[in-house]
Design a protein around this ligand. Structure first.
Ligand SMILES: *Cc1c(COP(=O)(O)O)cnc(C)c1O
Length: 363
């Protein structure tokens, strides 16, 4: 029996692997440190906005996300026509690939970086060009610039980088942008921007203003705590933003999501307080892991990366038994989200125990 013809490009595309939820076992806590989510309850005003919007979900949402777009434009001091919303920033990233790259074109990004990049590149029929991270687990921008060819249509720069937490700083990024041809779109994926406390890490929105080939991706999923509602956006010059409006799934962002995002934007003081709390916890976790003897790359995000190689899965299993689920990348390392204080304490105890039980020749 014959089956429907599917595009050959889909063969072998990896399926996106979400961070696993914790396994609940009798008497053991179950913390999820595997998806870089915000551990806190919704910001003030968000539940009220969501509850109100819920009463009208027999209606389609505002297709243009007008109110959210207007508030984002004001917040970032950009024209409303430069704001394009979508179903999470992954959705917007996929639209950017769709808008720029087709069969035979190339999309350049660092590796390891966000695992959605190879998937959305290949769905579009384009060829992924993966440029290895440097020894400090950070983007090698010179090598990335060297990897650009006449077929390159888009370059992702993930800043801070998921899953390593490392950043690219202003001078290096500006030098890189100066090298990229004007007809290649550079997408600065700033999903973790709110957690970055280093003043030398540039705000992509400053860089995009006089660079028509730069687009900035932001999300409400991480610091703002709306991962389940799927709201992200890009800030880009008119031609790119217009292309995003053309490639958007109609009505992709629910009214609940739009209203929750608006309420979250208006709760900035509470947001900053929570982010500051997580940043304090990040420092504590990084210092404690280093004191235990682990090599921890500098992180400006809400997670830390341990390059564990062959010990990755054993470490993840040990954390899971202790009650914290982390995100293993088998053979490479684990990404550990900074969670609530108790979760971080538990993680640190599990890491210490794992280290003590390791044969010393494996350290
Ligand atoms: C989490 C994440 C996103 C955004 O996810 P959405 O929930 O789709 O907004 C985008 N980029 C990176 C690097 C991420 O880690």
């Amino acid at each position: 029996m014959s089956t429907p013809k599917l595009r050959a490009e889909l063969d072998g595309i990896p399926v996106y692997k979400p961070g696993r939820p914790p396994v609940a076992a009798e008497g053991v806590p179950a913390y999820k440190l595997s998806s870089n989510e915000n551990p806190y309850p919704p910001l003030p005003g968000v539940m009220e906005a969501v509850t109100a919007a819920m009463g009208a979900f027999n209606r389609y949402p505002d297709l243009a996300c007008s109110q959210l777009t207007a508030e984002l434009a004001e917040r970032f001091d950009v024209p409303a026509g430069h704001v394009a919303t979508g179903t999470g920033s992954v959705g917007v990233a996929q639209q950017l690939v769709q808008a720029t790259a087709g069969t035979g074109d190339e999309v350049v990004y660092a590796w390891r970086s966000f695992e959605a990049y190879p998937i959305i590149t290949r769905i579009g029929g384009a060829r992924p060009v993966q440029v290895p991270l440097n020894a400090a687990e950070a983007h090698d921008l010179d090598a990335m610039a060297d990897a650009i060819t006449a077929r390159t249509r888009l370059v992702f720069v993930c800043n801070p980088n998921n899953p390593t937490g490392t950043v690219v700083r202003r001078a290096a990024l500006e030098r890189f942008l100066d090298r990229v041809p004007a007809d290649v779109l550079v997408v600065l994926d700033e999903a973790y921007r709110e957690f970055s406390t280093d003043p030398d890490v540039p705000d992509g929105i400053d860089l995009y203003r006089d660079r028509p080939n730069v687009a900035v991706l932001r999300t409400f999923s991480k610091a703002y705590g709306l991962a389940g509602l799927r709201v992200g956006f890009a800030i880009a010059h008119e031609p790119v933003a217009d292309a995003l409006r053309k490639t958007a799934v109609p009505f992709g962002v629910s009214q609940v999501g739009q209203d929750a995002a608006v309420a979250s934007l208006r709760a900035e003081p509470a947001l900053l307080e929570r982010v500051a709390g997580l940043v304090v916890e990040r420092s504590r976790v990084v210092e404690a892991l280093a004191a235990q003897g682990w090599t921890v790359p500098e992180t400006q995000a809400n997670f830390v990366w341990l390059r564990l190689g062959d010990r990755t899965e054993a470490f993840a299993a040990a954390c899971e038994r202790a009650g914290a689920t982390v995100r293993p990348f088998p053979g490479e390392g684990v990404r550990i989200t900074i969670g609530e204080t108790e979760a971080n304490d538990l993680l640190l105890r599990a890491a210490e125990k794992f280290r003590k039980e390791l044969p010393s020749d494996l350290l």
